[in-house]
Write a protein that binds this ligand. Structure first.
Ligand code: OSB
Ligand code: MG
Length: 369
């Protein structure tokens, strides 16, 4: 396929409800959509870099710069036959995984469309529905927190992930456990703690959690290994795993017993599959994380989460949990068994709606003709 053009769309999506983590409260989700044209087809990819450098160093601004000034010019006008051709061309770029992943995703969509198969089938999916949970943001009071969880439980989510931060941890988790003694529950600290907080994790260790996600520094594996040795609840790494190499290093020193795979954080679908395969070989379960994606990114997450070693529920909730009007259709809905159906039409299985895109677009640039 000869890549004719790449268009970057910077959009800003109002969230259905504010989403708060240990690094802040967000009411809007900006993102960059990549529109790639080749052979009369159009592929779409979503860049999950945020408004500011809080979850990761990448932002909308850095991703815009890296994609428009470096990545797009490397491939526009080029004949590229396989997704690995994109990965190889980008191999000289250090860092900026979310920028690389977005462009690679648009190519995967094109590639699957050209073959007339769904992305899920193309990458080796073994199921047509994936089990999902919901990542619940921090609320201003315990009462409001319990009420928000209640709404998600009532909506049918069988696994709840609570965001925790210093001062909002043991007591909250205890209250949730008392109210829902048997629900599948896990927590995510987004790197808000230090090794001195080990006593907090020993208390959480008594609360029958599926896992504790990224308790310590966002680039650490050594302190996580020390903490894992003190608790029996599996530590799950999110922020610390930027590539298949990071995954291997972390597993080699027992820094975690579960990995949250996010396509953007690890630099693309190819790398995400490699981490999945490595973890499968080592008997380590993985699950698919989320970045409050639009339906464009969510469709790719669903394809990935349909691989066999995605053994734990993903942070892939129904479209309505995030946005009133998504920029792509169809919306994803939650089935009765806390699953979401994996698209089975060619490509990612979602179509961008031009008029909705126009309503939320901030800027656009075209590279190529
Ligand atoms: O740490 O998993 C995280 C959202 C933005 C940044 C980081 C994280 C999250 C989530 C949301 O937890 C998961 C979702 O998309 O539903
Ligand atoms: Mg996380």
């Amino acid at each position: 396929m000869k890549i004719e053009s790449i268009t970057l769309h910077h959009i800003d999506m109002p969230l259905v409800a504010p989403f708060e983590t240990s690094f802040g409260r967000e009411t809007h989700r900006p993102c960059i959509l990549i529109e790639m044209r080749a052979d009369g087809l159009t592929g779409w990819g979503e860049c999950v870099a945020g408004a500011g450098p809080w979850y990761a160093y990448e932002t909308i601004g850095t991703a815009w710069h890296i994609i428009s000034d470096f990545l797009a010019p490397m491939i526009v006008g080029q004949e590229i036959t396989e997704p690995i051709g994109i990965v190889e061309r980008f191999a000289s770029v250090r860092g900026h995984p979310m920028a690389r992943a977005a462009v690679e995703a648009a190519f995967w969509d094109l590639y699957a469309q050209a073959r007339g198969v769904s992305l899920a089938r193309l990458i080796g999916a073994t199921r047509d529905r994936v089990t999902v949970g919901v990542s619940v943001g921090i609320e201003l009071t315990l009462e409001a927190q319990l009420a928000s969880i209640e709404r998600f439980v009532a909506a049918g989510y069988a696994r709840i992930k609570l965001k925790i931060k210093p001062g909002w941890d043991v007591a909250v988790v205890r209250a949730v456990r008392e109210r829902w003694p048997d629900i599948a529950l896990q927590v995510d600290a987004n790197s808000a703690y230090t090794p001195d907080d080990a006593p907090i994790f020993r208390e959480l260790d008594e609360m029958n959690l599926l896992l504790i996600e990224q308790p310590l520094h966002h680039d650490d594996i050594v302190d996580h290994a020390r903490l894992q040795a003190q608790i029996s609840t599996p530590i799950c790494l999110d922020e610390s795993i930027h590539s298949p190499e990071h995954a291997r290093w972390a597993l080699d020193i027992d820094a975690c017993r579960v990995i949250n795979i996010k396509i953007g954080r690890v630099g693309g679908l190819t790398a995400a599959r490699q981490i999945h395969d490595l973890c499968a070989e080592r008997g380590v379960p993985v699950w698919c994380g989320g970045m409050l994606e639009t339906n464009v990114g969510r469709a790719v997450n669903l394809a990935l989460a349909a691989l066999p070693n995605f053994a734990l529920p993903g942070d892939i909730s129904a479209s309505a949990r995030y946005y009133h009007r998504d920029i792509a259709a169809p919306d994803f809905v939650l089935n009765d068994d806390s699953t979401i159906t994996v698209p089975d039409t060619p490509g990612t299985g979602v179509a961008v709606l031009p008029e909705r895109l126009r309503d939320v677009q901030v800027r656009e640039v075209i590279i190529g003709k």
